[in-house]
Design a protein around this ligand. Sequence first.
Ligand code: DCP
Ligand code: MG
Length: 527
Amino acid sequence: MGGPHTTDPLKVYIIQAKLDQDTIIELHNLLERDKYYYNGSAKFTLCNDINESDVVVTAIKMRKRLERHIDWEIAKQKAIVTPQWLRDSAQAGKAISFQDYAALSEINNSNIIHDSPENQSRASQFLSRPSFQLFNPSSLEEEPTNERVKANWRLRYACKRASPLVCKNQPLLVELGVLYRARELEGLEVNALGYERAIAVIKSYPNLIAHENFETDIVHLPFLGEKMLFKIREYLTTGRIQESETTRASQRFQSLSAFSSVYGVGPATARKLYDDGLRTIDDMKRYYDVQEDTEVPQLGANSVTNDLIRKDQIPNLSTKVGLALYEDLETPIPRSEVEQIHDLVMQEARYLMPECISTVVGGYRRGKPYCNDVDIVIGCPNIQSGGNQVKALGEKLIKRLYDRGVLCLSGFHAQDSVRGAHLNLLEKAMTIFALPKNAVHQRVHRRLDLIFAAPETYWTAIIGWTGSKMFERDLRLWAKVEMGMKFDSSGLTRRYDSKLFMPSSERHVFEILGLDWIDPTMRNADV
Ligand code: DCP
Ligand code: MG
């Protein structure tokens, strides 16, 4: 075999026949994560055409069965491997030898890739890359998603459907995601929501959208109107969506996307900045008078000015600070760093309250290989409602963390919309935090949100901050419309008599709401 070009990632085709849904998702996740990890220089890439692929991953063991998918003469040119090859390669951080992973005894893969000199350099290129931690979604402590949920892909509520991190129609969703974002940035909220819903519905569709299932399934999916179907059809026929490409290339879209990624800047402000003639983040830095390094508060750990600043004067998290630290804050956070930050935060929290518990929520909990921020819910078992104890604990913790890497703070925000702010059961502090520099890592500033919850609100806070956004939206809608309840992070109440529920676990919240359990990794109802 000639072998693929040395600098290109290996093209991997996954034969879905004989694989269960979880395995399909797991394998796609491995490929997707690899793409994130190497930021454009991935080792593997998902290939949608078996004939074009370098590696075919399959659970098929019989030649006859395989021949339904690929011509035998072509098959002999390729590495035909079991799913374990992809898992082990992902874990090793390189494409490992195919030989031990032959899916069919007739094709032993011994002639493929690693043998040719051309591919030796390719192999060594893989070897020289850093290895990375395998994220195993099943290592989360929760029970797996109820089997019934997987058959629910036709239903209107995202909180009734299974939504994997990466679905079979991911490239289509990426294109629709551009159209959604464009509408959101232009302030066309209703229109944007239409796209958000369409994206969420397609996320749960278990098959690759094709001409064969378009009329039978796709046209019947909820929230897919004529315009949406037209775009999907365009993608199906041409492999692209013209409007997405034009949008992506436009200066306005690029500028508005960049501006609104800065802390505290929403679409309306982004449009105003654009109308004022600004185009780039550098323009924005000049506009906000942010100079090289000088505007970043030199506080927190390792700071020379640390002693001079009283701890009750932790600087404010502002757009100006967000801009000064823009490059750091835009750098995706790997899971290992999320875990380190969590460990450090909880070390300090336990010093103040040994019995406190915590869960890392947000995208991390949904299995994202890289997150934009760190969200942690901290539960304080001994805290009473009524007083100011939740906030007091939060403030004490922030002061301790100020010596360990917290740089600035947005202040505390009571989050008690359901149960009345006077109860003070849930408080949120938005901060910027950086782990200390060590031999391996530079300090990188990260957005860290800490949510402090009294026992009554702990489980609803966990659900409310696990997301995704669309899952939460539909959870609230489901509770209201179908159950006559009100749900949000701060609690669950019955509407007609405001009866408060006191859930004892996350699963219990699902039960009260009449919902089948959905694992966090299946709550990714956004792109
Ligand atoms: N959330 C919400 N309403 C808000 C803010 C957040 O319902 N106003 C929920 C849904 C989000 C979760 O909290 O999924 C965390 O919010 P993030 O903005 O941190 O988003 P994610 O953690 O999902 O992704 P990432 O941080 O990687 O961008
Ligand atoms: Mg987050």
